[in-house]
Design a protein around this ligand. Sequence first.
Ligand SMILES: [Zn+2]
Ligand SMILES: [Zn+2]
Length: 371
Amino acid sequence: MREALRYRLCGFCVEREGEAGSRFDEVPGAGCSICGGALDRVPALASMAARVVRRYQFKTFSVGVSLPDGVQEKEDEIRAALKLKGKETIKTQAARMLAERLSSRLHKRVDRTNPDLSALVAMAEGRVSVWTKPLFFYGRYSKPAGVSQRRELCPDCLGRGCEKCGASGFVGRPSVESQLRRKLKEYSGTDRITFTWVGSEDPDSRVLPPGRPFVAELKCPLKRAIPGGFGTRFRGGTITVRRGRLLPSRPMRTPTFRFRTRILCETKSPIEDERIKEVKRQLRDKLVRFDRPHGRPTFKTVYSAAAHKKRNGLLVEAVLDGGLPVKRFVSGDLVSPSVSEVLKAEVRCRGFDIREVQETGEFTFAQVSRL
Ligand SMILES: [Zn+2]
Ligand SMILES: [Zn+2]
């Protein structure tokens, strides 16, 4: 008769293999042939994990584990030798035990497919790493003249970080981006933020309410609530965010838009009143061609335009498709027809304000796939 192989396992491991009593000797954890007592440490690991994840705001979570070296192999070996399937793997069991403890302790729900927070517990090292689902914050900013949209790279180190820029890699001058970054960090606790802008304007352009849309992706936030409106004051004015909300996921494509702008123009010589009226007549629902400097020609719509004399210049109000550059629309450089072309004169843009940005399309999102 063949000597039956008897393994010494702890209570947790016996229970998992599903063969209680018959083929195993139940021993205290330290003597367990599979886990060596690792599963006894679950309550302590759960307390530690609870302390770590408490720093984060979340409703749902999931837990994964990395087992001590060799544990999985021992389970596989014993299952192969005894032709056992077991109820679940030791990895699943450890993660489940941790999740149950955390859930009752923190009063949070486990969600394995799309959790707000995932924790990975390294069982041997007693280390917890945490990842939280990114936030996609949509808002609209308005700004005064003299502030650029994006932060600018430090000219000395080109972004690497040096003494002059305080190792940030960017110039200290306020920009919409740097100001929003500061506020969003304050609300979310993360500085891993990337912006997607729905169009852009000149640093010298004012953007008036309700403002220009943007989306900020906030990676691994500590907090998940961002106010729908806020302002940031600095020397030079205030940047205000309105209509803020969280998007369901990362947008695949930002919407198309049109915008109303007021443009201050200068002309070399005075233009007759009759000519000026032509702007309104000729640039209504007009398709204009834009020969992009680095791309194929594109066509944009001028929905309306009107010009008025203003001191020794012209004031043009226009509603344009997003992506049509205002300065070129005035000068006619690579754009046709243009204000210059209609006025049969050399007209230059001295500055423009963004008065209204209207989204004409919708955000598109990837299908969220569920397991
Ligand atoms: Zn065990
Ligand atoms: Zn620098």
